[in-house]
Design a protein around this ligand. Structure first.
Ligand SMILES: [Zn+2]
Length: 434
Protein backbone atom coordinates (compact mmCIF):
# COMPACT_ATOMS: atom_id res chain seq x y z
CA UNK A 1 0.00 0.00 0.00
CA UNK A 2 1.32 3.45 -0.83
CA UNK A 3 1.75 5.86 2.07
CA UNK A 4 -0.83 8.14 0.50
CA UNK A 5 -3.49 5.42 0.38
CA UNK A 6 -2.68 4.48 3.97
CA UNK A 7 -2.96 8.13 4.99
CA UNK A 8 -6.36 8.63 3.34
CA UNK A 9 -7.58 5.33 4.82
CA UNK A 10 -6.37 6.22 8.34
CA UNK A 11 -7.93 9.68 8.13
CA UNK A 12 -11.25 8.17 7.02
CA UNK A 13 -11.18 5.55 9.79
CA UNK A 14 -10.35 8.13 12.47
CA UNK A 15 -13.10 10.45 11.21
CA UNK A 16 -15.68 7.65 11.30
CA UNK A 17 -14.51 6.60 14.78
CA UNK A 18 -14.73 10.21 15.96
CA UNK A 19 -18.25 10.62 14.56
CA UNK A 20 -19.41 7.36 16.17
CA UNK A 21 -17.93 8.22 19.58
CA UNK A 22 -19.40 11.74 19.49
CA UNK A 23 -22.79 10.48 18.32
CA UNK A 24 -22.95 7.85 21.07
CA UNK A 25 -21.31 9.67 23.99
CA UNK A 26 -22.88 13.12 23.59
CA UNK A 27 -26.06 13.54 25.69
CA UNK A 28 -28.20 14.92 22.85
CA UNK A 29 -31.34 14.88 25.03
CA UNK A 30 -30.17 15.48 28.64
CA UNK A 31 -33.71 15.89 30.00
CA UNK A 32 -36.15 13.29 28.57
CA UNK A 33 -39.53 15.05 28.33
CA UNK A 34 -41.84 12.01 28.61
CA UNK A 35 -44.41 13.79 26.49
CA UNK A 36 -44.68 17.03 28.48
CA UNK A 37 -44.11 20.40 26.81
CA UNK A 38 -40.72 22.02 27.43
CA UNK A 39 -40.79 25.56 28.84
CA UNK A 40 -39.52 28.04 26.24
CA UNK A 41 -36.55 30.30 26.96
CA UNK A 42 -37.56 33.92 27.57
CA UNK A 43 -34.98 36.46 28.82
CA UNK A 44 -37.67 38.99 29.85
CA UNK A 45 -39.15 36.54 32.39
CA UNK A 46 -36.13 36.66 34.69
CA UNK A 47 -34.10 39.68 33.62
CA UNK A 48 -35.16 43.31 33.79
CA UNK A 49 -35.08 45.57 30.74
CA UNK A 50 -32.16 47.40 32.37
CA UNK A 51 -30.18 44.18 32.84
CA UNK A 52 -30.81 43.18 29.22
CA UNK A 53 -29.81 46.66 28.00
CA UNK A 54 -26.58 46.59 30.05
CA UNK A 55 -25.63 43.17 28.75
CA UNK A 56 -26.34 44.28 25.15
CA UNK A 57 -24.25 47.44 25.58
CA UNK A 58 -21.39 45.42 27.04
CA UNK A 59 -21.37 42.94 24.15
CA UNK A 60 -21.64 45.74 21.58
CA UNK A 61 -18.48 47.22 23.15
CA UNK A 62 -16.45 44.06 23.72
CA UNK A 63 -17.20 42.11 20.54
CA UNK A 64 -15.45 44.34 18.01
CA UNK A 65 -12.02 44.18 19.73
CA UNK A 66 -12.48 40.52 20.69
CA UNK A 67 -13.33 39.51 17.11
CA UNK A 68 -10.62 41.77 15.69
CA UNK A 69 -8.07 40.00 17.92
CA UNK A 70 -9.31 36.56 16.86
CA UNK A 71 -9.59 37.49 13.18
CA UNK A 72 -6.23 39.22 13.02
CA UNK A 73 -4.50 36.29 14.73
CA UNK A 74 -5.93 33.99 12.06
CA UNK A 75 -5.23 36.42 9.23
CA UNK A 76 -1.58 36.90 10.25
CA UNK A 77 -1.11 33.13 10.50
CA UNK A 78 -2.58 32.74 6.97
CA UNK A 79 -0.60 35.67 5.54
CA UNK A 80 2.65 34.20 6.86
CA UNK A 81 1.81 30.57 6.11
CA UNK A 82 0.40 30.90 2.59
CA UNK A 83 3.09 33.23 1.23
CA UNK A 84 6.89 32.92 1.20
CA UNK A 85 6.99 35.55 3.99
CA UNK A 86 6.72 32.97 6.76
CA UNK A 87 9.62 30.94 5.35
CA UNK A 88 11.66 34.15 5.12
CA UNK A 89 10.98 35.00 8.78
CA UNK A 90 12.04 31.47 9.81
CA UNK A 91 15.31 31.68 7.83
CA UNK A 92 16.06 35.20 9.05
CA UNK A 93 15.68 34.58 12.78
CA UNK A 94 17.74 31.37 12.66
CA UNK A 95 20.56 32.64 10.44
CA UNK A 96 22.67 34.11 13.34
CA UNK A 97 22.71 30.59 14.81
CA UNK A 98 23.85 28.86 11.62
CA UNK A 99 20.33 28.13 10.33
CA UNK A 100 20.14 24.46 11.37
CA UNK A 101 16.64 22.95 11.24
CA UNK A 102 16.25 22.83 15.04
CA UNK A 103 17.03 26.54 15.40
CA UNK A 104 14.75 27.31 12.50
CA UNK A 105 11.82 25.49 14.07
CA UNK A 106 12.34 26.85 17.60
CA UNK A 107 13.18 30.47 16.78
CA UNK A 108 10.81 30.48 13.78
CA UNK A 109 7.88 29.31 15.92
CA UNK A 110 8.67 31.90 18.60
CA UNK A 111 8.95 34.69 16.00
CA UNK A 112 5.81 33.73 14.04
CA UNK A 113 3.58 33.25 17.09
CA UNK A 114 4.94 36.44 18.68
CA UNK A 115 4.05 38.41 15.53
CA UNK A 116 0.50 37.06 15.70
CA UNK A 117 0.18 37.93 19.39
CA UNK A 118 1.68 41.40 19.02
CA UNK A 119 -0.66 42.31 16.17
CA UNK A 120 -3.67 41.18 18.24
CA UNK A 121 -2.41 42.71 21.50
CA UNK A 122 -3.86 46.25 21.08
CA UNK A 123 -7.30 44.70 20.56
CA UNK A 124 -6.87 42.45 23.61
CA UNK A 125 -5.96 45.56 25.62
CA UNK A 126 -9.01 47.34 24.21
CA UNK A 127 -11.22 44.39 25.29
CA UNK A 128 -9.61 44.55 28.76
CA UNK A 129 -10.55 48.24 28.98
CA UNK A 130 -14.18 47.30 28.25
CA UNK A 131 -14.05 44.49 30.85
CA UNK A 132 -12.89 47.02 33.44
CA UNK A 133 -15.45 49.62 32.47
CA UNK A 134 -18.15 47.03 33.17
CA UNK A 135 -16.46 45.93 36.38
CA UNK A 136 -15.68 42.44 35.07
CA UNK A 137 -11.90 42.69 35.41
CA UNK A 138 -10.16 43.65 38.63
CA UNK A 139 -6.63 43.31 37.21
CA UNK A 140 -3.95 45.96 37.10
CA UNK A 141 -2.13 46.38 33.76
CA UNK A 142 0.90 44.75 35.36
CA UNK A 143 -1.02 41.66 36.31
CA UNK A 144 -2.81 41.64 32.91
CA UNK A 145 0.57 41.76 31.14
CA UNK A 146 1.87 38.94 33.34
CA UNK A 147 -1.15 36.82 32.38
CA UNK A 148 -0.61 37.59 28.68
CA UNK A 149 3.01 36.40 28.97
CA UNK A 150 2.02 33.31 30.99
CA UNK A 151 -0.70 32.19 28.61
CA UNK A 152 1.44 32.96 25.55
CA UNK A 153 4.29 30.90 27.05
CA UNK A 154 2.03 27.95 27.85
CA UNK A 155 0.63 28.01 24.31
CA UNK A 156 4.14 28.34 22.91
CA UNK A 157 5.34 25.22 24.74
CA UNK A 158 2.51 23.14 23.24
CA UNK A 159 3.03 24.67 19.78
CA UNK A 160 6.80 24.08 19.92
CA UNK A 161 6.33 20.44 20.92
CA UNK A 162 3.92 20.00 18.03
CA UNK A 163 5.99 21.71 15.31
CA UNK A 164 9.27 20.16 16.49
CA UNK A 165 7.54 16.76 16.51
CA UNK A 166 6.19 17.14 12.97
CA UNK A 167 9.42 18.42 11.44
CA UNK A 168 11.65 15.90 13.28
CA UNK A 169 9.43 12.96 12.31
CA UNK A 170 9.04 14.17 8.72
CA UNK A 171 12.81 14.45 8.38
CA UNK A 172 13.25 10.85 9.51
CA UNK A 173 10.39 9.47 7.45
CA UNK A 174 8.99 11.86 4.82
CA UNK A 175 6.27 9.40 3.71
CA UNK A 176 5.13 7.87 6.98
CA UNK A 177 5.79 10.56 9.63
CA UNK A 178 2.07 11.10 10.19
CA UNK A 179 1.55 7.61 11.68
CA UNK A 180 3.93 8.23 14.57
CA UNK A 181 2.83 11.87 14.66
CA UNK A 182 -0.83 10.98 15.15
CA UNK A 183 0.02 8.62 18.04
CA UNK A 184 2.33 11.16 19.70
CA UNK A 185 -0.23 13.97 19.34
CA UNK A 186 -2.93 11.79 20.94
CA UNK A 187 -0.55 10.98 23.82
CA UNK A 188 0.24 14.69 24.19
CA UNK A 189 -3.48 15.53 24.52
CA UNK A 190 -3.84 12.89 27.26
CA UNK A 191 -0.75 14.08 29.15
CA UNK A 192 -1.76 17.76 28.96
CA UNK A 193 -5.31 16.98 30.07
CA UNK A 194 -4.14 15.10 33.17
CA UNK A 195 -1.29 17.48 33.95
CA UNK A 196 -3.49 20.57 33.58
CA UNK A 197 -4.89 20.73 37.13
CA UNK A 198 -1.47 19.99 38.64
CA UNK A 199 0.75 22.12 36.38
CA UNK A 200 -1.35 24.84 34.74
CA UNK A 201 -3.93 25.82 37.39
CA UNK A 202 -1.25 26.84 39.95
CA UNK A 203 0.35 29.12 37.33
CA UNK A 204 -2.74 31.35 37.41
CA UNK A 205 -4.22 30.86 40.89
CA UNK A 206 -3.32 30.09 44.49
CA UNK A 207 -5.39 27.56 46.38
CA UNK A 208 -6.16 27.39 50.09
CA UNK A 209 -8.35 24.81 51.84
CA UNK A 210 -11.87 26.01 52.72
CA UNK A 211 -11.86 26.20 56.55
CA UNK A 212 -13.83 23.64 58.56
CA UNK A 213 -17.46 24.60 58.82
CA UNK A 214 -20.99 23.90 57.65
CA UNK A 215 -20.39 24.70 53.96
CA UNK A 216 -17.27 22.53 53.69
CA UNK A 217 -19.01 19.62 55.43
CA UNK A 218 -22.14 19.92 53.30
CA UNK A 219 -20.16 20.06 50.02
CA UNK A 220 -18.07 17.01 50.93
CA UNK A 221 -21.11 15.04 52.09
CA UNK A 222 -23.02 15.96 48.91
CA UNK A 223 -20.09 14.68 46.83
CA UNK A 224 -19.96 11.44 48.84
CA UNK A 225 -23.75 11.00 48.52
CA UNK A 226 -23.38 11.52 44.76
CA UNK A 227 -20.82 8.71 44.53
CA UNK A 228 -17.96 11.04 43.53
CA UNK A 229 -16.18 11.54 46.86
CA UNK A 230 -13.74 14.43 47.06
CA UNK A 231 -10.97 14.68 49.63
CA UNK A 232 -10.75 18.45 49.90
CA UNK A 233 -12.50 21.73 49.14
CA UNK A 234 -10.10 24.43 47.93
CA UNK A 235 -10.65 28.14 47.43
CA UNK A 236 -9.00 29.76 44.37
CA UNK A 237 -7.97 33.41 44.70
CA UNK A 238 -9.76 34.34 41.47
CA UNK A 239 -10.77 37.79 42.79
CA UNK A 240 -7.23 38.94 41.99
CA UNK A 241 -8.22 39.18 38.33
CA UNK A 242 -11.92 38.76 37.86
CA UNK A 243 -15.37 39.18 39.33
CA UNK A 244 -16.60 36.04 37.51
CA UNK A 245 -18.15 33.31 39.64
CA UNK A 246 -17.09 29.71 39.12
CA UNK A 247 -16.26 26.36 40.65
CA UNK A 248 -14.96 23.08 39.30
CA UNK A 249 -14.05 19.57 40.33
CA UNK A 250 -10.64 18.29 39.28
CA UNK A 251 -8.55 15.19 39.80
CA UNK A 252 -9.64 11.57 40.04
CA UNK A 253 -10.18 9.13 42.91
CA UNK A 254 -7.96 10.00 45.85
CA UNK A 255 -6.83 13.31 44.30
CA UNK A 256 -10.34 14.54 43.47
CA UNK A 257 -11.03 17.99 44.91
CA UNK A 258 -13.69 20.63 44.73
CA UNK A 259 -12.39 24.09 43.81
CA UNK A 260 -14.54 27.15 44.50
CA UNK A 261 -13.66 30.69 43.38
CA UNK A 262 -13.38 33.11 46.30
CA UNK A 263 -15.68 35.41 44.32
CA UNK A 264 -18.43 32.76 44.50
CA UNK A 265 -17.99 32.35 48.28
CA UNK A 266 -18.17 36.12 48.65
CA UNK A 267 -21.29 36.70 46.51
CA UNK A 268 -23.26 33.45 46.55
CA UNK A 269 -25.49 32.04 49.26
CA UNK A 270 -24.46 28.61 50.61
CA UNK A 271 -27.39 27.12 48.67
CA UNK A 272 -26.11 28.67 45.44
CA UNK A 273 -22.56 27.41 46.09
CA UNK A 274 -23.98 23.93 46.67
CA UNK A 275 -25.92 24.10 43.40
CA UNK A 276 -22.89 25.14 41.38
CA UNK A 277 -20.80 22.40 42.99
CA UNK A 278 -23.63 19.92 42.23
CA UNK A 279 -23.30 20.91 38.53
CA UNK A 280 -19.54 20.28 38.71
CA UNK A 281 -20.11 16.91 40.37
CA UNK A 282 -22.30 16.12 37.34
CA UNK A 283 -19.23 16.58 35.13
CA UNK A 284 -17.16 14.37 37.44
CA UNK A 285 -19.83 11.69 37.64
CA UNK A 286 -20.33 11.51 33.86
CA UNK A 287 -16.52 11.47 33.47
CA UNK A 288 -16.76 14.39 31.07
CA UNK A 289 -13.03 15.13 31.37
CA UNK A 290 -12.09 11.52 30.58
CA UNK A 291 -14.47 11.40 27.60
CA UNK A 292 -13.42 14.85 26.48
CA UNK A 293 -9.78 13.76 26.60
CA UNK A 294 -10.55 10.61 24.62
CA UNK A 295 -12.50 12.52 21.96
CA UNK A 296 -9.75 15.16 21.91
CA UNK A 297 -7.08 12.49 21.40
CA UNK A 298 -9.03 10.96 18.50
CA UNK A 299 -9.66 14.42 17.06
CA UNK A 300 -6.04 15.46 17.23
CA UNK A 301 -4.90 12.19 15.62
CA UNK A 302 -7.33 12.86 12.75
CA UNK A 303 -6.06 16.46 12.58
CA UNK A 304 -2.46 15.24 12.18
CA UNK A 305 -3.52 13.02 9.25
CA UNK A 306 -5.42 15.92 7.68
CA UNK A 307 -2.35 18.10 8.20
CA UNK A 308 -0.17 15.46 6.51
CA UNK A 309 -2.57 15.28 3.57
CA UNK A 310 -2.60 19.07 3.18
CA UNK A 311 1.21 19.15 3.43
CA UNK A 312 1.31 16.99 0.27
CA UNK A 313 -0.76 19.46 -1.71
CA UNK A 314 1.63 20.97 -4.30
CA UNK A 315 -0.39 24.22 -4.58
CA UNK A 316 -0.01 24.92 -0.84
CA UNK A 317 3.69 24.04 -0.81
CA UNK A 318 4.31 26.27 -3.82
CA UNK A 319 2.48 29.17 -2.18
CA UNK A 320 4.60 28.82 0.97
CA UNK A 321 7.79 28.27 -1.05
CA UNK A 322 8.68 25.07 0.82
CA UNK A 323 9.21 21.42 -0.18
CA UNK A 324 7.35 19.57 2.60
CA UNK A 325 6.87 19.13 6.34
CA UNK A 326 10.52 18.08 6.81
CA UNK A 327 11.56 21.53 5.61
CA UNK A 328 11.92 23.68 8.77
CA UNK A 329 10.88 26.72 6.75
CA UNK A 330 7.43 25.09 6.50
CA UNK A 331 6.87 26.05 10.15
CA UNK A 332 4.69 29.02 9.12
CA UNK A 333 2.56 26.84 6.83
CA UNK A 334 2.12 24.27 9.63
CA UNK A 335 1.03 26.99 12.06
CA UNK A 336 -1.44 28.43 9.53
CA UNK A 337 -3.02 25.03 8.84
CA UNK A 338 -3.29 24.24 12.57
CA UNK A 339 -4.97 27.62 13.16
CA UNK A 340 -7.49 26.97 10.38
CA UNK A 341 -8.25 23.40 11.53
CA UNK A 342 -8.76 24.71 15.10
CA UNK A 343 -11.05 27.52 13.93
CA UNK A 344 -13.14 25.28 11.70
CA UNK A 345 -13.60 22.61 14.40
CA UNK A 346 -14.68 25.22 16.98
CA UNK A 347 -18.44 25.11 16.31
CA UNK A 348 -18.53 21.29 16.63
CA UNK A 349 -16.66 21.50 19.94
CA UNK A 350 -19.07 24.19 21.19
CA UNK A 351 -22.11 22.14 20.19
CA UNK A 352 -20.89 19.06 22.11
CA UNK A 353 -19.93 21.23 25.08
CA UNK A 354 -23.42 22.77 25.28
CA UNK A 355 -25.05 19.32 25.46
CA UNK A 356 -22.59 18.19 28.15
CA UNK A 357 -23.26 21.36 30.19
CA UNK A 358 -27.00 20.78 29.95
CA UNK A 359 -26.50 17.26 31.30
CA UNK A 360 -24.51 18.65 34.27
CA UNK A 361 -27.39 21.11 34.88
CA UNK A 362 -29.89 18.23 34.96
CA UNK A 363 -27.58 16.40 37.35
CA UNK A 364 -27.45 19.40 39.69
CA UNK A 365 -31.26 19.51 39.75
CA UNK A 366 -31.53 15.76 40.37
CA UNK A 367 -29.01 16.05 43.22
CA UNK A 368 -30.46 19.14 44.94
CA UNK A 369 -34.14 18.99 43.84
CA UNK A 370 -33.99 22.76 44.08
CA UNK A 371 -34.99 24.46 40.79
CA UNK A 372 -35.71 27.73 42.60
CA UNK A 373 -32.09 28.09 43.77
CA UNK A 374 -31.02 26.92 40.29
CA UNK A 375 -32.88 29.89 38.79
CA UNK A 376 -31.33 32.31 41.30
CA UNK A 377 -27.86 30.90 40.52
CA UNK A 378 -28.39 31.38 36.79
CA UNK A 379 -29.63 34.93 37.30
CA UNK A 380 -26.66 35.73 39.52
CA UNK A 381 -24.13 34.13 37.13
CA UNK A 382 -25.62 35.87 34.11
CA UNK A 383 -25.81 39.33 35.71
CA UNK A 384 -22.37 39.08 37.38
CA UNK A 385 -20.61 37.65 34.31
CA UNK A 386 -22.75 39.82 31.95
CA UNK A 387 -23.63 36.77 29.85
CA UNK A 388 -25.26 37.18 26.47
CA UNK A 389 -28.92 36.40 27.17
CA UNK A 390 -30.03 36.17 23.55
CA UNK A 391 -27.02 35.76 21.23
CA UNK A 392 -27.38 35.69 17.46
CA UNK A 393 -27.46 32.12 16.11
CA UNK A 394 -24.05 32.66 14.47
CA UNK A 395 -22.34 33.82 17.68
CA UNK A 396 -24.12 31.12 19.68
CA UNK A 397 -23.13 28.36 17.24
CA UNK A 398 -19.53 29.45 16.92
CA UNK A 399 -18.56 30.38 20.47
CA UNK A 400 -21.13 29.40 23.11
CA UNK A 401 -19.85 26.52 25.24
CA UNK A 402 -22.91 26.69 27.53
CA UNK A 403 -26.64 27.06 26.88
CA UNK A 404 -27.76 30.67 27.55
CA UNK A 405 -29.02 31.57 31.03
CA UNK A 406 -32.64 31.84 29.81
CA UNK A 407 -32.30 28.38 28.20
CA UNK A 408 -30.87 26.92 31.42
CA UNK A 409 -33.64 28.54 33.49
CA UNK A 410 -36.30 27.25 31.09
CA UNK A 411 -34.81 23.77 31.44
CA UNK A 412 -35.06 24.03 35.26
CA UNK A 413 -38.75 24.98 34.94
CA UNK A 414 -39.29 22.00 32.64
CA UNK A 415 -37.48 19.82 35.21
CA UNK A 416 -39.84 21.11 37.93
CA UNK A 417 -42.90 20.27 35.80
CA UNK A 418 -41.54 16.78 35.18
CA UNK A 419 -40.83 16.18 38.87
CA UNK A 420 -44.06 17.72 40.17
CA UNK A 421 -42.36 20.32 42.34
CA UNK A 422 -43.40 24.01 42.31
CA UNK A 423 -42.23 25.67 39.07
CA UNK A 424 -39.98 28.64 39.97
CA UNK A 425 -42.05 31.77 39.32
CA UNK A 426 -41.00 34.59 37.03
CA UNK A 427 -38.62 36.86 38.93
CA UNK A 428 -39.39 40.04 36.98
CA UNK A 429 -42.59 41.84 37.97
CA UNK A 430 -43.37 43.30 34.57
CA UNK A 431 -43.82 39.97 32.82
CA UNK A 432 -45.68 38.14 35.60
CA UNK A 433 -48.82 36.38 34.58
CA UNK A 434 -47.41 35.16 31.28
ZN1 LIG B 1 -20.16 22.88 33.51
Amino acid sequence: MSSRTALVLTLSLLTVALLIVVALATPWQPLPLHGIAAVAADPSRDFTAAQIARENAYHAAVRPPAYASLGLGLLVALALGLTPWGARVVSAVASPFGGGWGWRVVLGTIALTAIGRLVALPFDARAEVVLRRYGLSTQSWGSWATDVVKSYSLGLIITLLMVLGVVALARRSPQWWWSGGAVLAAVLVIVVSFAYPVVVEPVFNKFTPLPQGQLRTSLLSMAARDGVPAHDVLVADASRRTTSLNAYVSGFGATRRIVVYDTLLEDGTPGEVRLIVAHELGHAKARDVVWGTFVGALGVAAAVCLLALLMRWPWLLRRAGVVGPGDARATALLLALVAVIGFVSGPAQSLISRRIEARADVHSLNLTSDPTTFVSVQRRLATTNLSDLDPSPLVFGMFSTHPTAPQRIAMARTWARLHHVPVPPSTVGASQGR
